[in-house]
Design a protein around this ligand. Structure first.
Ligand code: AMP
Ligand code: ZN
Ligand code: FE
Ligand code: FE
Length: 282
């Protein structure tokens, strides 16, 4: 059996491994195919593609776009993206500026809470164009303001806490269109984490191609529920670990193994413009 992991982050967003280190870990986990899906960037893809080619692992260029549907944040995964697509690159450059400005706002709010964190220390640690809350949390741990990343999120960074700053986001239909015009497939990430399935029909109407049924934070019953929803709406089925490198001592890569047949279906769907139901009937 061949397996894939289609949800992985690198140091080009909030993952801790370089693309090359990620590919090494993917090899150790026995994966045959991986996708890099960094937040609002494709910069990790060329390095990962080269590292995969060197070890004969299949690589799918991807990204995880932060979008919004009916006032709910939704992450849209793009797969088989043209990494050089001008519109995609222009749009993600805008998202990155929003992310960088948001770091300044979050640090200002952390400061208002009496913690003298410096924005510079966050940018230095992040060392990428697509910084996010995990970088703020890591900088706070590094400077000794909190003991753990969890403490940083619980006390400051999660929604409702003093340093939580909303991001201005692209609408989900626009994100799906952005993925499509870059030659990609648009997939709803970790639906179980959104806790609102009511947004799914709207995404389907906007051209959603697939849904991430298998994810580290999905229980077996959740995965089953989303497999049923995929079937109902004739969506592709994807899955991945959402590994960000080492987390509490051990990486998530290898904990979600998507049977390779799903990648084959994605490729068939893409190349032939075939409908999911036609592929499923094979
Ligand atoms: P952002 O895109 O900047 O809002 O950051 C979102 C990222 O933060 C997610 O991809 C998760 O990896 C991470 N994250 C969210 N909540 C937590 C949490 N409670 N503890 C640790 N990491 C978290
Ligand atoms: Zn992340
Ligand atoms: Fe996500
Ligand atoms: Fe992710």
């Amino acid at each position: 059996m061949k397996f894939a992991d289609l949800h992985l982050h690198t140091s080009f967003s909030d993952g801790t491994w370089t693309p090359e280190e990620l590919v090494l870990q993917a090899q150790k986990s026995g994966l045959s195919c991986i996708a890099v899906t960094d937040h609002d960037t494709v910069e990790g893809c060329p390095g990962a593609a080269a590292a995969c080619a060197a070890v004969k692992m299949e690589f799918v260029p991807g990204a995880e776009l932060t979008a919004e549907q009916d006032d709910t944040e939704v992450h849209i995964l793009g797969y088989f993206l043209d990494m050089h697509n001008a519109k995609l690159l222009a749009e993600i450059a805008r998202f990155q500026i929003v992310r960088q400005n948001r770091i300044h706002e979050m640090v200002a709010r952390v400061n208002e809470s009496g913690v003298a964190l410096k924005a510079e220390s966050v940018f230095e640690l992040a060392n990428c164009k697509s910084p996010g809350r995990p970088h703020v949390a890591r900088a706070m741990v590094k400077a000794g303001y909190v003991k753990t990343l969890d403490e940083a999120f619980e006390r400051f960074l999660k929604k409702g806490r003093p340093a939580w700053v909303p991001k201005s986001k692209i609408s989900a239909p626009d994100a799906i269109e952005l993925v499509h015009q870059a030659g990609g497939l648009a997939v709803m990430a970790h639906p179980g984490l959104n806790r609102t399935d009511s947004i799914i029909p709207g995404l389907v109407a906007a051209g959603l191609d697939g849904i991430e049924c298998f994810h580290t934070k999905h229980s077996t019953s959740m995965s089953e529920r989303y497999l049923e929803i995929a079937d109902k709406h004739k969506l592709l089925v994807t899955g991945g670990s959402d590994c960000h490198g080492f987390s509490k001592g051990k990486p998530l890569i290898g904990t979600v193994k998507l049977p390779y047949e799903h990648v084959q279906k994605m490729k068939q769907y893409r190349s032939k413009g075939a409908s999911v139901s036609a592929i499923a009937a094979k």
